[in-house]
Design a binder for this molecule. Structure first.
Ligand SMILES: [Zn+2]
Length: 314
């Protein structure tokens, strides 16, 4: 009986290149099987598989909670139910470059604190973080007592942050970060600076405005809030400016006119509050994290210099 030829063996460098060319989403099943082949394959496949992570309530529970119970039925303190994270899981967490947190609740944040090793960020290599809250409870409606973030806990290292919706803005203070680089804020109606200990360090802070006309009518109030906020966190004026990105220039004259009349303020390149009124050629660069230029959720017609203009969101 002829001997069965042994299957050809590919050099590991080639296998590595094949794995690296796979897509974390589309090729998920293939990558999952590579995890089981060998230690070296695990390392390469895990790097691709865990480059980005979306943490919803369910996923956070599955990842960090013993038995993956629904947090709603866990009556004792959630952090006492933290799953033991193996060195391999911690290594996988260190591969994550982009984290999206969507609609998580305060209990899940406590779990993240509990999972964090003192003085080492839980996601040490995350560079982009997106925090979104379309539905959920207000932190003060949380069934657990409010807690202060432990001193030695940092969830993230040096990141670009994108915040979407009012609740997400409130949650920032519970997700401690070593250093903010670029921060973008979307769909936050009332900033409530006074209630939110906002990042005391950043390289760029941009506030994407939702309704340019409403913004024009409230700009003096918004300006005063921003001034008070900056006085509070940056009295020496060392930080880069806070920039409001307004999606049309239709109300530019009205907006700046109010500020000039009410506050005697005129635009200047050295001012710590800046306004960008975009026009039909959409000059403002998109948010570095989510890629959005404006917050309108679907194709929207705006009046630009008196003529209707349509742009596609996203
Ligand atoms: Zn964004």
């Amino acid at each position: 009986m002829p001997q069965q030829p042994s299957p050809p063996t590919l050099p590991f460098e080639l296998v590595q290149e094949i794995i690296q060319s796979l897509n974390g989403e589309d090729d998920r099943p293939t990558l999952l099987s590579f995890l089981r082949v060998s230690k070296a394959c695990w390392e390469t496949a895990a790097h691709v598989l865990y480059r980005t992570i979306l943490l919803t309530k369910d996923r956070t529970e599955r990842l960090f909670l013993t038995g993956g119970e629904d947090m709603a039925v866990v009556t004792e303190s959630p952090e006492s139910r933290l799953v033991h994270l193996s060195p391999r899981t911690r290594r996988a967490l260190s591969f994550i470059e982009r984290v999206e947190l969507k609609d998580i609740e305060p209990e899940h944040i406590y779990l993240l604190w509990a999972a964090t090793t003192p003085d080492t960020p839980l996601f040490p290599n995350a560079r982009q973080v997106c925090l979104r809250h379309f539905r959920g409870r207000w932190p003060n409606a949380c069934q657990y007592p409010q807690k202060d973030v432990p001193q030695d806990v940092d969830i993230f290292g040096h990141i670009d942050l994108c915040v979407e919706m009012e609740l997400a803005f409130r949650y920032i203070e519970y997700l401690p970060v070593q250093k903010y680089k670029r921060v973008s804020i979307h769909n936050v109606w009332s900033p409530r600076f006074s209630m939110t200990p906002y990042p005391d360090e950043w390289e760029e802070l941009r506030w994407f405005e939702f309704y340019a006309q409403t913004f024009a009518s409230k700009v003096v109030q918004r300006f005063d809030e921003a001034e008070a906020f900056l006085d509070d966190i940056d009295p020496d004026g060392k930080l880069p400016p806070l920039t409001y990105v307004v999606p049309t220039d239709e109300w530019e004259d009205l907006t700046l006119g109010s500020l000039s009349k009410e506050r005697g303020w005129v635009p200047s390149p050295t001012s710590r509050i800046q306004f960008t009124f975009d026009s039909a050629d959409w000059r403002a660069p998109p948010c570095v994290v989510c890629g959005k230029k404006f917050d309108w959720p679907q194709d929207t017609v705006v009046s630009y210099k008196g003529a209707p203009h349509t742009f596609r969101a996203g």
